[in-house]
Design a protein around this ligand. Structure first.
Ligand code: NAP
Length: 334
């Protein structure tokens, strides 16, 4: 039997008890060329909120009555005549929030779970890690000596962004919610400064901790923090628009930046990015990140919760901040 989280109703604002249902279904027989994957972990990401909206985006919305979309990782347990996979392969793809997935193997990738634990392949070595890598290097175009500000800094993307910027010789200031997360940035990840946006006034904190302004702002949260960051841009600064989690549950219009003329004054640029555009180079990036990890320069943190039944409560941690690093749900029953 397959336990699945089925998308039932498009939420307005924060998802509620009508948004998803947990359903149990039979696992059908495999057609020719198909494989059956037993999921061990699914990835919980802020983007899930956007995928539920019936609006034009970089990817089509999740359809009502479909399995909730998510990244996933697990093991192939059955193959019906597919030469590219064998039983026992560890594979990652877009399997959705369910215990088993059936696929013809397109867009599923084999990974070696003897080299790194499975959750890392959906975190630092997976989509969020790739977002950080290409976002800060290709869009942020950091160079040694740059002053880099990153929001959502204790999260899956932000924590890697800050560490890569440190590896490249930048000064890094992270913005996160709470004393604990700020201490984590400073003491465990080696950030130079941390701002607790929940207890500090963001404008005065930026004034104090970014005395010389910023060359790159990597934005994961949007809203007021984006606006404040724009006021600190230096000449030819780059603003990377990666996400805007503070706005995803809005029922009113998006809170856009009013300080945008700072781009004009400072000849600065602001560019959006979507990680999938870099898919052909994921392998190269993962290789480099694995080297940094081996050298002890890049740390990966996964926050793992257990039980597909706990999907909704775990998903909510993305928005209330009650987690550190990459949020992962273990769906394999022991
Ligand atoms: P995450 O940071 O691991 O989790 C979200 C974090 O956002 C929470 O832990 C919380 O941390 C913070 N947060 C929640 N509400 C907030 C608010 N109102 N204001 C400020 N911070 C808030 O998530 P992630 O996977 O790294 O993703 C970060 C961003 O990147 C998201 O916006 C996501 O949509 C985006 N993203 C974009 C791409 C792309 O291709 N463009 C790919 C992946 C992710 P605190 O405790 O610090 O508040």
């Amino acid at each position: 039997m397959n336990k699945q989280i089925i998308f039932k109703e498009r939420p307005v604002g924060v998802p509620n008890e009508n948004t998803w249902s947990l359903e149990v279904s039979d696992i059908p027989e495999l057609n020719n060329g198909e494989l059956l994957i037993e999921h061990h972990y699914v990835s919980l990401d802020p983007a899930m909120r956007g995928w539920m909206n019936d609006t034009k985006s970089y990817i089509h919305p999740v359809a009502i009555d479909d399995v909730m979309r998510s990244g996933s990782i697990g093991k192939v347990i059955k193959v019906n005549n597919n030469p590219n996979f064998k039983v026992g392969d560890c594979v990652t793809g877009w399997g959705g929030v369910q215990q088993y997935a059936i696929t013809n193997g397109d867009n599923w990738y084999k990974v070696d779970d003897s080299l790194a634990p499975m959750p890392m392949y959906i975190g630092t070595l997976g989509m969020p890690g790739m977002t950080a890598y290409f976002g800060i290097l290709e869009v942020g175009k950091i160079k040694e000596g740059d002053i880099v500000l990153v929001s959502g800094a204790a999260g899956a993307v932000g924590s890697v962004v800050g560490q890569i910027a440190k590896i490249k010789g930048c000064k890094v200031i992270g913005i996160a919610g709470g004393k604990d997360k700020c201490e984590y940035l400073l003491n465990e990840l080696g950030f130079d400064e941390a701002i607790d946006y929940k207890s500090e006034n963001i404008y005065s904190a930026l004034k104090q901790k970014c005395l010389k302004g910023i060359d790159v702002y990597f934005d994961n949260v949007g809203g007021k923090i984006l606006d404040a960051a724009l006021s600190k841009l230096r000449m030819r600064a780059r603003v990377v628009i990666c996400g805007a989690i503070s706005q995803y549950n809005n029922t009113t219009k998006i809170d856009g930046p009013s300080n945008y003329l700072s781009l004009l004054v400072n000849r600065a640029s602001m560019q959006g990015m979507v990680v999938m555009d870099y898919a052909k180079d994921y392998g190269k990036a993962a290789h480099q990140m694995a080297i940094w990890m081996k050298e002890g320069k890049l740390k990966s943190k996964e926050d793992i919760y257990t039980g597909i039944e706990n999907f909704k409560e775990t998903y909510e941690r993305l928005f209330n901040g009650d987690k550190k690093g990459k949020l992962v749900l273990k769906v394999k029953e022991d």
